[in-house]
Design a protein around this ligand. Structure first.
Ligand SMILES: [Cu+2]
Length: 602
């Protein structure tokens, strides 16, 4: 539930709002001499506006000392506030109920706004004004509908002119949990919207009360009997007694301006926000800071770049848990069988720094699968992610249906499903496996691993005393959330890992002078090229993309560009004693969140 700091604030706000509402309700019914409709107006508005509603109540309406209500509520600003309360209570209730229903139905935002306006207006006019006020105003229900139509329209227009842009901008902002009624943030946005609507509707209400178009605050003393109502306006207190002196041009101009404000509030956000999307499309997604989201950004793009929801994490792995651990196959009828299971995990890349990612068998990178050329292998992939996935065996020659390209060679593996990949290894060398469904997102979040196929016949010229595979990845972690890193606005990474760890939490390889080390560089990342460099002299490149180079084609280098999907096997001799670095030569990739730690990072 607590995903962002604002969630703590929201809990505080709603506790205050509930406490304020309970107080206002208690005081209204115990002490305050005013009509039932106003009691409920203040109760609802305090529920929506929290402590601000309470403040308004005690400053403008709560009887300060017995018998003073009549004089206390006389000032025009209080009358205007009462009139606005009245409008907001009805309209906002309609709008909020409609917003919850339209979100549940998954209507696009633009239609949400229209339904909300209609619901707010209907609720305000037909129920809150006409029905509840009938007892106050006298006359028939239809008389009341007719009389209150124009004032209600003007007030509602201004109310929605304030509320609509707040809803559009905040619900479809960076944290789209605001679109989902089961999230506190949704109710927080409603509260801000009501406050904005109140502020915009207030001036018009002051004018309408002044011109006797609307009722403001009133006093009703129960003890004096049913017909002893005392309106605050002295002479205007009798039934049917409201005679407005507003002129037709005044009313027309007010109505036109309110309609213009409404149009701006409803339509203007569509310049910047994709109002065709619905809560079903993108509700709950939290977008990275700096991502460009405009009126054309499709829902799929938002889902692709959205943070992993920390509430989806099923297991947490500390700094002692390693990725890329060798996975021993079991042999069934001569077939080497591996089981891979995907899930959402919290993975530690540095002491105190975790990422929320997608893992095979709870590891980032996934387990290292190693077998021999000529082996028959079967890999059962079970998907426990909340989204579909597949696995592609990068660089392998195999039957098309085993290639793992979602929607191309197979249907994606849905949540809870399993796909059996089976093939015979006809190559040897360094390969990799990775997700091939929403690759942009899933591989960047950790769905990759090393695939090492030993030659059928040993070749001492490509062997070394030590061996180490380097699987590269970029990460974007901000505000406590992990987003898939990608070369796109808002997607730039700020952490870089080798085998799921950033320096100085990376591995060291202990060797003696004269020994050799075979490094298998694997471009398991998918957005950036990393010029990988080893200190202490050149290495020999002996294989490229799994293909062993003939001796005449092997070459010396000390830096090699490892692009996404590429593999290079290099042999590095330890020539001098000491500590020698292996790192990416893009200096920024040697930092952790832009910080160099103990001489490096990443
Ligand atoms: Cu790099």
């Amino acid at each position: 539930m607590f995903v962002q700091p604002i969630d703590y604030f929201l809990v505080m706000w709603f506790v205050l709002a509930l406490a304020s509402t309970v107080y206002v309700a208690w005081d209204q019914y115990r002490n305050n001499p005013e009509p039932v409709v106003m009691k409920w107006g203040f109760i609802l508005v305090t529920l929506y506006m929290g402590p601000l509603g309470l403040l308004l109540y005690v400053l403008a309406d709560k009887e300060p000392r017995p018998g003073e209500h009549e004089t206390f509520i006389k000032p025009l600003w209080k009358q205007g506030a009462g009139s606005t309360i009245h409008c907001v209570a009805g309209d906002a209730t309609g709008i909020i109920l409609a917003a919850a229903v339209t979100a549940a139905l998954g209507l696009p935002m633009w239609l949400d706004l229209i339904v909300e306006y209609a619901a707010g207006f209907t609720f305000g006019l037909f129920i809150f004004q006409s029905l509840f006020m009938k007892s106050m105003m006298g006359g028939t229900y239809l008389d009341n509908v007719r009389k209150t139509f124009l004032p209600e329209l003007i007030s509602m227009n201004f109310m929605m002119a304030g509320m609509a842009p707040v809803m559009s901008v905040l619900m479809m902002g960076r944290d789209m949990r605001a679109m989902v009624p089961t999230e506190l943030l949704f109710w927080g946005v409603m509260a801000i919207g009501v406050i904005a609507g109140f502020a915009l509707a207030y001036p018009a209400n002051v004018w309408m009360v002044q011109r006797a178009l609307k009722h403001g605050l009133m006093t009703v003393r129960e003890s004096r009997g049913n017909d002893a109502h005392h309106a605050a306006h002295g002479a205007k207190h009798e039934h049917h007694g409201m005679r407005s002196d507003a002129t037709v041009p005044q009313l027309a101009a007010m109505a036109i301006v309110s309609a213009f404000a409404l149009t701006v509030g409803m339509v203007a956000p569509a310049n910047w926000i994709n109002l065709r999307l619905s809560a079903h499309d993108v509700g709950g997604a939290i977008m990275p800071p700096g991502m460009i989201m405009d009126r054309d950004t499709p829902a799929a793009a938002m889902l692709d770049m959205a943070a992993v929801d920390p509430r989806d994490v099923v297991t947490t792995h500390g700094i002692t848990e390693r990725g890329a651990r060798p996975l021993a196959p079991r042999v069934e009828n001569g077939v080497k069988v591996f089981d891979l299971v995907t899930s959402t995990v919290r993975w530690t890349i540095l002491p105190g720094v975790t990422v929320d990612g997608y893992a095979f068998n709870g590891q980032i990178p996934g387990p290292t699968l190693r077998f021999r050329r000529g082996d028959r292998v079967r890999i059962n992939v079970t998907n426990h992610l909340l989204e579909s996935t597949t696995v592609h065996w990068h660089g392998l020659i195999l039957p098309n249906v085993m290639d793992g390209a979602a929607h191309v060679t197979q249907d994606p593996i849905e949540k809870g499903g399993t796909y059996h990949y089976e093939f015979t290894a006809v190559q040897d060398g360094t390969y990799l496996y990775h997700s091939h469904d929403h690759v942009d997102r899933q591989q960047a979040l950790g769905l990759y691993g090393a695939l090492i196929i030993d030659p059928a016949v040993r070749d001492p010229s490509i062997e070394a005393d030590h061996e180490y595979a380097v699987l590269l990845q970029e990460w974007l972690r901000r505000e406590g959330l992990t987003f898939p890193a990608m070369p796109m606005d808002g997607g730039q990474p700020n952490y870089f890992t080798i085998n799921g760890r950033a320096y100085p939490a990376t591995d060291s390889i202990a060797m003696r002078v004269g020994e050799t080390l075979k490094v298998r560089f694997i471009g398991s990342n998918n957005g950036f090229i990393h010029p990988m460099h080893i200190h202490g002299g050149p290495f020999q490149v002996v294989a490229v993309d799994g293909q062993t180079l003939p001796p005449s084609a092997r070459y010396q280098a000390d830096t090699i560009n490892v692009g996404p999907g590429q593999r290079f096997d290099v042999i590095w001799p330890a020539r001098q004693p000491g500590r020698w670095l292996l790192h990416c030569h893009i200096a920024h990739h040697m930092t952790n969140n832009n910080v160099e730690m103990r001489g490096g990072g990443g």
